[in-house]
Ligand binder design. Structure first.
Ligand code: LRH
Ligand code: MN
Length: 389
């Protein structure tokens, strides 16, 4: 068996997972948003917290922004601030789901005036990308209906296609549109982009710089997400991931917390096609909410969970796997994968961190830094960041 450790260490040392700025703000459910002490009051403080995750993991080099939650006067200045903190501003997320005008939808709304308003916001997000140097515009639409007959299902698709085409035309040559799908919520009868097939079909019509985002919490229970990964990779239309995990619906829990085996199976498909590293063009992002747990340690733990699933996937003995698959050796092939999955990769990751000059235990290093107490003491007054819902 080939020793895959050197290759795995090389990939792990260069892996980078993007953090969601909103994970550092207060978040919750419709029942309650529990405020936490020390939470950032503005995007500058969110970046400072994200920089802590990068400092201790070395694998979280960029932060996704959400507009208007991260609205600032000067986005170029915010990008400079990020660079000073050794992080980069990554994906720009639009938000057409929190304005009263969007009750019946935004880009799919029956009223052309409301659709225009939504388009103007999406175009403003591209202006922000120009200022921050971001290449990816991530579009998730809450658009849908709650009752049969409420609106024309096909008509809403026409409206969506028209808006997407206008936004796509506005993109610069180095910029992409990442379309995110979601089965349901907040709409409970139809969702206008409910599944990977709908997102894929719209992207095909738009052009090569339109790609699909897989949010691991956006599928019907029992969906084989790694099949979707393998399919979209084969088509060259896998633009990115919103990693999180769930026991029931879009729970937005820490990636790998609810189903580490599923995360391993997903990373296995990505490792097989050698598209784990940033240059693969796949945007690996976390999309989570730390409703009751401390947020910076929650992000650190999440990055570590992705690293562990990735390390196991990189250790899969591909030659043995291929041989067993070719021989129709069902149990043999499955055993090759389970051997990798059942490998304790924590010592390997501790080694990779030590070789990068990082503390082998990022969580312990962060806890010992005293940063958590400092922000609790410093961040008094002002209004804490949140979803503003
Ligand atoms: C929608 C979603 C989307 C973001 C939001 C924060 O559920 O996954 O990616 O805009 O969460
Ligand atoms: Mn998402």
């Amino acid at each position: 068996m080939t020793d895959r450790t050197p290759y795995a260490k090389q990939v792990l040392a260069a892996q980078s997972i993007e953090m969601p700025s909103w994970a550092f703000g207060n978040s919750g459910t419709r029942f309650k948003v529990f405020a936490q002490q020390g939470v950032p009051r503005d995007p500058y403080e969110k970046l400072a917290d994200a920089a802590q995750v990068q400092r201790y993991t070395g694998a979280a080099g960029s932060v996704a922004l959400h507009i208007p939650w991260d609205k600032v006067e000067d986005y170029a200045d915010l990008a400079r601030h990020a660079a000073e903190l050794n992080v980069r501003i990554g994906t720009i997320n639009s938000n057409t789901f929190q304005d009263d005008d969007y009750m019946l939808g935004s880009v799919c709304h029956p009223d052309a005036k409301i659709r225009r308003k939504a388009v103007e916001h999406l175009l403003e997000c591209v202006d922000i990308m120009d200022a921050t140097g971001s290449t990816d515009l991530k579009l998730w639409f809450a658009d849908g209906t709650n009752y049969p007959g409420q609106d024309s299902i096909a008509g809403r698709q026409d409206r969506l296609a028209e808006v997407l085409a206008e936004v796509y035309a506005r993109l610069g040559d180095h910029q992409r549109l990442l379309l995110e799908y979601k089965l349901f919520e907040p709409s409970f009868y139809t969702t206008d982009v409910p599944d990977w097939g709908t997102a894929y079909a719209h992207c095909l019509k738009l052009g090569p710089r339109a790609q699909v985002v897989i949010d691991t919490g956006h599928h019907a229970p029992g969906t084989n997400i790694e099949f979707i990964v393998a399919f979209l990779l084969r088509e060259g239309r896998l633009g990115g991931f919103d990693f999180n995990s769930r026991f029931y619906a879009d729970d937005d829990l820490m990636v790998g917390a609810a189903d580490p085996f599923q995360l391993f199976r997903i990373m296995h498909e990505l490792a097989l096609r050698e598209v784990i590293l940033p240059e693969s063009g796949i945007a690996y992002m976390l999309d989570q909410c730390h409703n009751i747990e401390p947020k910076i340690p929650g992000q650190i733990r999440s990055i570590m969970n992705v690293q562990e699933a990735t390390a196991k996937a990189l250790l899969v003995d591909r030659d043995a796997l291929e041989a067993a698959q070719q021989a129709g050796d069902v149990l043999g092939a499955n055993a090759v994968l389970m051997d990798a999955y059942n490998t304790d990769v924590r010592p390997l990751l501790a080694e990779v961190r030590a070789e990068q000059g990082l503390d082998p235990d990022p969580l312990a290093a962060y806890a010992a830094s005293g940063y958590a107490d400092r922000i609790k003491a410093d961040r008094v007054g002002g209004s804490q960041a949140g979803w503003g819902a």
